[in-house]
Design a protein around this ligand. Structure first.
Ligand code: SF4
Length: 181
């Protein structure tokens, strides 16, 4: 859940460095009581660290007030209601919310990111004005509800997006998705 917030506008390698710094303190109550300046300095490698420290504080307050800091209690809540509540936490947007739901809580939600959109648009699955929810629903309808496949599918899209389907260059000739063009 912490990773989902730290990875906003950051690459995972830098997020990992921040998480290693945070490791001795990865307890909701410890983070809740931690001075925000100290939290910001620990997560500095992930970038936008002051903003992210505030966002982490917002999320941790919600997590403690609503679920007493218990992941199991959070997991027990129905997906639709939990998603709605998570989206009310300042700094938790759709992608962050769905990453928490899928990766931390094993809820069947397809996570949409810039790679998903770019690949989908280039393959004519939707137009470039498409919104987050439309993409999410499309993938969920096509794939069906399956946490494992959502995990794997998203990871593979990220890999293709990073290595082949780049913002300014499409390396279609060596891309595993070329036959789907
Ligand atoms: S084949 Fe690969 S690189 Fe080319 S548009 Fe599709 S995903 Fe992007």
């Amino acid at each position: 859940m912490v990773g989902a917030i730290l990875t906003q506008n950051a690459n995972w390698k830098n997020v990992e460095k921040a998480i290693i710094n945070l490791e001795p303190y990865l307890d909701p109550f410890v983070l809740f009581n931690m001075d925000i300046e100290k939290l910001a300095s620990l997560i500095k490698p992930s970038g936008y660290y002051r903003l992210k420290a505030q966002r982490l504080k917002n999320f941790i307050s919600f997590f403690i007030e609503r679920f007493s800091g218990s992941v199991n209690d959070m997991k027990k809540m129905k997906l639709k209601e939990l998603r709605k509540e998570l989206l009310t936490v300042p700094g938790v947007g759709r992608e962050t919310c769905d990453s928490i739901l899928l990766y931390a809580l094993s809820k069947p939600v397809f996570v949409v990111d810039a790679y998903t959109k770019r690949i989908g648009v280039r393959h004519g699955l939707f137009g470039d004005k498409v919104g987050y929810e439309e993409i999410r629903k499309r993938f969920e309808e096509e794939i069906g509800r399956d946490v494992y496949i959502y995990n794997e599918f998203h990871a593979l899209l990220v890999k293709v997006g990073k290595e082949k389907c780049k913002k300014r260059e499409s390396k279609c000739k060596t891309c595993p998705l070329e036959s789907f063009l």
